[in-house]
Design a protein around this ligand. Sequence first.
Ligand code: COI
Length: 356
Amino acid sequence: KSPFKNAAVLSDSYSSEASKLADIEWDNLGFGLLPTDYMYMMKCSQGGNFSKGELQRFGNIELNPSAGVLNYGQGLFEGLKAYRKEDGNILLFRPEENALRMRQGAERMCMPAPTVDQFVEAVKETVLANKRWVPPPGKGSLYIRPLLMGSGAVLGLAPAPEYTFLIYVSPVGNYFKEGVAPINLIVEHELHRATPGGTGGVKTIGNYAAVLKAQSAAKAKGYSDVLYLDCVHKKYLEEVSSCNIFVVKGDVISTPAIKGTILPGITRKSIIDVARSQGFQVEERFVPVDELLDADEVFCTGTAVVVSPVGSITYKGKRVSYGVDGFGAVAQQLYSVLTRLQMGLIDDKMDWTVEL
Ligand code: COI
């Protein structure tokens, strides 16, 4: 069945192109953009509603130099993944959660947003149109990147008069160059990612530009990424540039509470539920940086990173290491349950997956 609702010109090529796997080396996917076949576009004026969108060939887009997103950063993004099952069907993981988070972010950034149904339908159409790019089972996933941006022209500071919702996709493997090996973090105690009352709790594009300086400095020193502290007390853990953080001590797993400066990760929320279902006690609270000193394990979660074990954390020149090598037992257990669920290898009692 063609996924195209309104693009008759495209549907001819669909059946032949989409029915087979793309001819690429599937064994060594990293986290970089591989251009695929189609992207989804939908537009709306300020104060209006998004009407029907359409698939078009993946490629560059045209923007007025005065577009709100280019000049004033009026933009949001999302990230979710599709996995190919052994039977060839595709599974999405909690796409309605991304739709809801985009709507919350749009409210903060003064943008109209697609409805949950429009968002989920657009994701499904885009994935089906690019089906040949969904990696074979066990080789990775199709990363889905929805964008919402002020595409209309503004000069004085104001919400843009027009908005574009766009989805593109790329096959991906592991996020960190370490693969599934533990990553080494450094705690940043001068630069901050977010402030109370700011936009740290929504997935706006500027939050990610703001971490590049500290991240680049950390990478230049050989660290994998940066762990941020709160900007008021400079004492409580917040998150890593691209993922949330969890600290394990015995049977208790702690993670910073969502309080406006932390991105409410969908993997974070899912791991909390998985951990509780596995008998762990999970605490969402202020987690002082000192607790890193006597933690048994530390791990990160995110759509891109999935569950990533932390091998060491350096804070003010002092390095604390966790485990010997590989995953800690708790992170391994949670990773295994979550990914088997996402790939359709275990029963989805949570009703989190959507099959295409
Ligand atoms: C994701 O995990 O999907 C993210 O949005 C993080 C991004 C920096 C890759």
